[in-house]
Design a protein around this ligand. Structure first.
Ligand code: GLC
Length: 699
């Protein structure tokens, strides 16, 4: 049951589809929360009981259970995801309070929203935001039920093409077509599967969107074809800011047709990002969305079928105001004077240091430009969290027109709930730190709660230097995330798998991904179509199990799997909790597995660097295919079937198996129902469409 409460006149975010369905109730009738308003700020508070756990907030720091810290929904370009950070790139204001009472809360608000989840007072949840807001309270009989009701009202999650489940290689940047050819060649030489290579900002001419550097990427169209002939998809980056440069068509059209955000004087707002000074397309305006979205056609016409949208918080390196302020502070410092400083001189120095250190993403900059939301002028900070969402929506809506029956890959750095209908996200500029493997594990179910299903982190870590063992362990988790992309920053150690010794071990891990693709893809599509979660905390599946409720480093995946990644340096084994008896598959490469039943309870399992543990729930069917060099080469009709079937006589599994790119998901022909039946000691398998199955049934 969902109830909508409204205060003032909220800005429409389009997060909820079919809003008319919900009657507006006044906040006064909101029973769970106390509320107060002070000027323009609304504060809701809820007394937490000892056992309450709080889930959600999508892309946010710290635990799966968010209790004990505070979070601020304000899309931020901050590459240092240390534990104290309260804001990351997304704003996903959906939480579930689970304990004495269990209910969901969605705060549909496009500006900053603060969640104090037992931080100031351990027994109090406080939510503060502007007073013009819509709040949805969702009651249900379990966390899973609440998530599914919420997902229904925000609309179906984006489904990428099947090739986007393959292994993808990125780097800031591969500087030329030649370098990319080499990346592909090196993977193929050591028999490591690969489906995509990314083109970071240097493929462009001076970082101008929708241009190609013809010197380094000559004859681009044929290069795309050449890559496609080896089953490699090229994925270019598109940045939010448009370079100010006379003669650049996008800039000139944008100025002429008023597509850019304005400053207080009505001039096109200027701030610096990668290309230097840029203007920011007003994605909150539907005409601009259409204009910008159709620009992707330039690359689609050249055969490109995937994009990543970046710098769309929007990231601002500095504005002219910020620089001017710092210069003034500098002028004010007497450089001739040597120690001892007067106190005021020290203060001036600190002010200068702060001004220089804080040039980027300044609140004052976000307060100094304006959107034209289809006729209404709105200052940016009031709708800040909708910017990246609407950039990606611009692309997604245009793709529907440009390629009406083809799914393209699309994901974004910044996001708000609603964007999940148009694309996925990656979790931004993490670091090559062990703690960031764990952070990524914890984010996955929270993202799924908020509709973001096509998700993944930069495998190996983006910032600072990776190490071989870290990359292997990260890959062993990444083989389960829908987006499986290795990415690293300029100036860091090269981290393509072929840079390291004994690449057989990398192959052992990545091959397992490919052997799982038909199954993972099927689980993904079904979760998207059924509004269910691909990744779940154990607490959601085993709410009565006190121990399971505390587990944050294992995840349930799809209908019947549990994963237990290793995320600590030098570990040769890890502790695993089984909430019930399960089938344990210890992958030592695709064709070397140990399979046995493990009992409910506590276990220590050995996990060598190139091994992957996987657990299958009772009476569930897992299908594995033979790994190949790309998703296009995989056999989708011949599987090794694994099932732990100790008691029931019949087990069914619905396999989703389509052409991998069209939008006709619901066509019944895409679903093949497999059924195992036990009769008089004999096992029979039926498949609606015949498939070759090599059965491994454990009793
Ligand atoms: C941003 C992105 C990163 C990209 C870099 C250069 O930091 O988050 O993924 O490589 O910009 O484009």
């Amino acid at each position: 049951m969902i109830k909508k409460y409204v205060s003032g006149t909220p800005i429409n975010t389009d997060a909820i589809i079919n809003q008319k369905k919900y009657e507006n109730h006044s906040l006064a009738s909101l029973s769970y929360f106390n509320f107060s308003t002070n000027k323009d700020t609304l504060t809701l508070s809820y007394p937490l009981s000892k056992e309450d756990a709080i889930y959600g907030l999508g892309e946010a720091n710290r635990g799966i259970n968010k209790r004990g810290y505070r979070y601020s929904s304000f899309c931020s370009d901050d590459p240092n995801h240390t534990e104290e950070k309260e804001s990351l790139y997304g704003a996903h204001n959906f939480i579930i309070v689970d304990g004495l009472k269990t209910f969901g809360v969605f705060v549909d608000c496009p500006s900053k929203v603060e969640f104090d989840i037992g931080y100031t007072e351990y027994d109090k949840l406080t939510i503060s935001c502007v007073s013009d807001v819509a709040i949805y309270i969702i009651n249900g009989n379990s966390c899973l039920d609440i998530v599914s009701q919420f997902r229904e009202i925000i609309g179906q999650s984006y489904i990428p093409p099947r090739w986007a489940f393959g292994y993808q290689q990125c780097r800031w940047s591969y500087m030329s077509a030649e370098e990319i050819r080499n990346v592909v060649k090196k993977h193929r030489e050591i028999n490591i599967p690969l489906d995509a290579v990314y083109m970071d900002i240097d493929y462009m001419e001076r970082y101008k969107d929708f241009t190609i550097n013809n010197d380094t990427f000559p004859d681009f169209e044929n290069f795309v074809k050449e890559m496609q002939s080896s089953n490699i998809h090229l994925v270019p980056i598109i940045d939010a800011g448009v370079k100010i440069e006379e003669g650049y068509d996008i800039y000139e059209e944008g100025v002429k047709d008023n597509h850019f955000c304005k400053d207080a004087q009505g001039n096109d707002f200027v701030a610096a990002v990668w290309p230097g000074y840029t203007h920011f397309p007003d994605f909150l305006n539907s005409t601009t969305r259409k204009w910008f979205g159709h620009k992707y056609k330039f690359l689609i016409d050249k055969g490109i079928d995937g994009f990543w949208n970046d710098m769309n918080e929007p990231a601002i390196f500095h504005s002219a105001n910020g620089i001017e302020n710092a210069i003034n502070l500098l002028r004010d410092i007497d450089t001739k004077r040597i120690t001892p400083y007067e106190e005021d001189e020290v203060e001036k120095l600190f002010k200068l240091k702060d001004a220089l250190g804080n040039l980027s993403n300044q609140t004052s900059d976000y307060e100094s430009f304006y959107h034209n939301m289809d006729g209404k002028t709105i200052r940016h900070d009031k709708v800040h969290n909708l910017y990246g969402y609407n950039m990606t929506r611009a692309a997604g809506e245009a793709f529907d027109e440009i390629e009406p029956n083809k799914r393209l890959l699309l994901f974004s750095r910044s996001s708000y709930i609603g964007m999940h209908r148009y694309g996925g996200i990656w979790t931004g500029d993490n670091h090559s730190w062990w703690s960031h493997i764990l952070l990524s594990i914890k984010m996955m179910p929270s993202l799924n709660m908020c509709g973001f299903m096509y998700v993944g982190s930069d495998i190996g870590g983006f910032g600072c230097n990776t190490s071989r063992d870290l990359l292997l362990r990260w890959l062993a988790f990444g083989i389960f995330t829908p987006l499986m992309r290795n990415h690293s920053a300029l100036g860091t150690r090269q981290q393509e798998v072929y840079q390291f010794e004994n690449t057989e071990e990398f192959k052992n891990v990545i091959d397992i991904r490919y052997s799982l693709i038909p199954y993972l893809y099927s689980e993904y599509v079904k979760s998207a179509l059924n509004n269910s979660m691909y990744f779940r905390p154990l607490a959601f599946d085993y709410p009565e199990d006190e121990i399971a409720r505390d587990v944050e480093d294992q995840l349930m995946l799809g209908e019947g799997l549990m994963i237990t990644p290793v995320y600590t340096q030098n570990a040769k084994r890890r502790y695993v909790y089984l909430p019930e008896d399960m089938l344990y598959i210890r992958f030592k490469g695709y064709d070397k597995k140990e399979v046995k039943v493990l009992e409910k309870g506590h276990h220590s399992i050995d996990v060598a660097l190139d091994e992957v543990p996987l657990f299958v729930k009772k009476n569930h069917i897992l299908l594995l295919t033979k790994p190949e060099m790309s998703t296009a080469d995989l056999n989708y009709d011949k599987f090794d079937l694994y099932c732990y079937n100790p008691d029931t006589s019949s087990v069914t599994y619905k396999l989703f198996n389509d052409d991998g790119y069209s939008k006709d998901y619901m066509n019944p022909e895409n679903f093949n129902t497999l059924q195992i039946e036990k009769k008089d000691g004999n096992i029979e398998i039926k498949a609606a469409t015949p498939v070759h199955l090599n059965m491994n049934i454990y009793e």
